[in-house]
Design a protein around this ligand. Structure first.
Ligand code: SIN
Ligand code: MN
Length: 209
């Protein structure tokens, strides 16, 4: 379960009822009044996910956090739902990591969704230096997740993230490279009646919450 110092893969962490409730909420959010969208990133390419930031917006053109979606429609990021936050605090606590998340990036991966290898390093220096974790929760189709080291050229460990799994990387693992090479279509639990994959990554922008 601790796959590297500070990195934990918690398989089937969420019971089916909890998964179902979360998926319902994710669906409402991504197609709600402030909808998920496909960001264009710094180099001009489009991402291969639909993204919706909650609590604080991550701007794909500047790689900075902001209150409104200046790279898309200027709308304010919707608040982070209290039940989402509580789940992330509980998951981090279960591996001994204090955490007061103030934002969540909700991504939807369709059948051809993916995400290139990257570091999560746009939170404040204080938050990253303290090793405050990123807490990830997966729902729906299985993902092939890549977990590398702190340098891009470091060896990569392929992992399988299934529906209901949580993955936590904090402490010495906080700046490890990671990505999603592909989704395995048709693998979502039938109880969820969904295709594709939702992934939620919780972060704490500031050291002082
Ligand atoms: C991310 O790194 O932002 C997403 C990871 C995932 O989808 O599992
Ligand atoms: Mn990431």
């Amino acid at each position: 379960m601790e796959i590297a110092p500070g990195a934990f893969h918690l398989q089937r962490r969420l019971a089916m009822d909890a998964q179902r409730a979360l998926v319902e909420r994710c669906r409402e959010l991504v197609d709600g009044p402030v909808p998920a969208y496909v960001p264009t990133v710094r180099g001009g390419g489009k991402m291969h996910v639909r993204m919706l930031c909650l609590g604080r917006h991550w701007n794909g053109r500047t790689y900075k956090y902001e209150a409104v979606r200046a790279d898309f429609d200027g709308l304010p990021a919707p608040p982070l739902p209290a039940e989402f936050r509580a789940l992330a605090v509980e998951v981090a606590g279960s591996v001994g990591m204090p955490f007061e998340p103030d934002l969540c990036i909700l991504n939807y991966y369709g059948a051809d969704g993916r995400m290139g290898l990257h570091q999560d390093k746009d939170e404040t220096d204080g938050s990253i230096a303290a090793g405050l974790p990123v807490v990830s929760v997966s729902l729906g189709d299985t993902a092939r997740f890549l977990f590398g080291g702190t340098r891009r050229r470091d060896p990569i460990q392929p992992l399988t993230l299934e529906s209901g799994d949580a993955f936590v990387f904090g402490g010495p693992a906080r700046l490890r490279y990671h990505g999603v090479s592909r989704i395995v279509p048709g693998t979502a639990p039938p109880e969820l009646a969904m295709g594709g994959r939702f992934n939620l990554t919780f972060r704490q922008y500031d050291l002082e919450a």
